[in-house]
Design a binder for this molecule. Structure first.
Ligand SMILES: Nc1nc2c(ncn2[C@@H]2O[C@H](COP(=O)(O)OP(=O)(O)OP(=O)(O)O)[C@@H](O)[C@H]2O)c(=O)[nH]1
Ligand SMILES: [Mg+2]
Length: 362
């Protein structure tokens, strides 16, 4: 995977999309694939033309019934997204797939009724020390204010939910956001990257207040930042970003981003957070304690495909796996008869198989 590293600077990442039933995980996957150019047009659940949920059963039930896996590139780095079904019947699949991902995006609606389901998911992530972001989806039809929703969701998380964006509202419609770390305002554009705008004058006070709350939450784990806040010293931007990244990796905080998967809003900001803040495979290897193994891969799921036979989706943690190599699971030996990259239902022959890669072994 040396080439992926050279272009973007990071080893390939594996990111799980989890969250309560029907919160918009498969729609978010579609939106990410569209924004990163892996597909030319964003499909929708309503039109039954998304990359994920392409099986007849998933389309008929309008819900995910198995993992959806798709790979894409963003700013030179490779990402494999594993979209997990939200329905409780498929929890086992989701739980197994989480093991070897670098981080999870928890997709959630701003809805009090989702708190119990959210709590179960967050508890699992916390217990397994998997760094996670919360993506507050469906902001296009949110009714309450985000600052009122967060305290409602907070009991679901033992870690502080750290709001990273505040919405800009116009006639009760969310038209954009302010990024609290960058202190920049953006206006949403449908299925296109948001556009930077001047900070709306009436938001200045709210922005200062929300940014200060974010910094206070970070300062609970950084004494130097706490001192700067107490002395009214503006912390350097790099320090804020370093803390955001470190505290996510250490499992101290759960950052919260906003958006609308359906309209393609908030996607780029989320991807940039993954790029700068999500752990890489080296940290995942450390978390799993497999650093001493010369070559080690974790099976996330085994599929039986109609034409390709049995395919095992794996995350390569250490070493490199070559086509035709002999591999061992306990005392059982097998031979890799092909390496594939997954794009929804489509296994494509080939793909890197060094540390970080998420590929299917035939
Ligand atoms: N208004 C609005 N609707 C959305 C958004 N994202 C998803 N939806 C709708 O929410 C419903 C569920 O979307 P999915 O993407 O299937 O949700 P999911 O979380 O993958 O569902 P499961 O995998 O079955 O748990 C669909 O009707 C989507 O069109 C959004 O940002 N805004
Ligand atoms: Mg789904």
């Amino acid at each position: 995977m040396a080439d992926a590293k050279d272009k973007g600077g990071h080893s390939p990442r594996c990111i799980a999309l989890v969250g309560p039933y029907l919160s918009g995980k498969t729609t978010l996957l579609e939106s990410i694939l569209a924004r990163t150019g892996a597909i030319t047009r964003q499909g929708s659940m309503g039109d039954k033309n998304t990359v994920g949920d392409a099986s007849r059963e998933a389309r008929d039930h309008a819900m995910s019934v198995e993992l959806n896996v798709a790979q894409t590139e963003f700013l030179g780095d490779t990402y494999t997204f594993v979209d997990c079904p939200g329905s409780v019947e498929f929890q086992f699949d989701a739980s197994a797939a989480l093991t070897a991902c670098d981080a999870a995006i928890v997709v959630c609606e701003p809805d009090v009724k989702k708190v119990p389901a959210l709590q179960l998911i967050l508890k699992q992530l916390e217990d397994r020390r998997i760094p996670h972001f919360l993506f507050l989806n469906k902001i296009d039809k949110a009714e309450g204010r985000v600052r009122d929703i967060l305290p409602i969701l907070q009991p679901a998380s033992t870690k502080p939910l750290v709001l990273r964006q505040i919405p800009i509202w116009e006639n009760e419609i969310s038209t954009g956001f302010v990024d609290l770390a960058l202190e920049r305002a953006y206006v949403y554009r449908e299925h296109a990257p948001s556009e930077i705008i001047e900070m709306p004058g009436d938001l200045t006070d709210r922005e200062k207040e929300a940014r200060f709350s974010m910094l206070e939450q970070l300062a609970d784990y950084d004494d130097e930042l706490m001192e700067q806040l107490l002395e009214d010293v503006e912390p350097p931007r790099d320090k804020v970003f370093d803390d955001l990244s470190k505290e996510l990796k250490d499992g101290d905080i759960c950052p919260v981003f906003l958006g609308s998967a359906e309209n393609g809003n908030g996607i780029l900001r989320l991807l940039k957070a993954l790029r700068h803040e999500a752990p890489t495979v080296a940290q995942t290897v450390e978390r799993l304690g497999v650093g001493d193994a010369p070559s080690c891969a974790q099976v996330l799921k085994t599929f039986h495909t109609e034409h390709g036979g049995k395919l095992s989706l794996v995350r390569v943690l250490t070493g490199t796996f070559a086509d035709s190599a002999n591999i061992y699971a306990g005392d059982r030996a097998a031979r890799i008869s092909g390496i594939f990259t997954l794009m929804g239902q489509e296994p494509v022959k080939g793909g890197g198989s060094g540390p970080g890669a998420t590929v299917a072994f035939g």
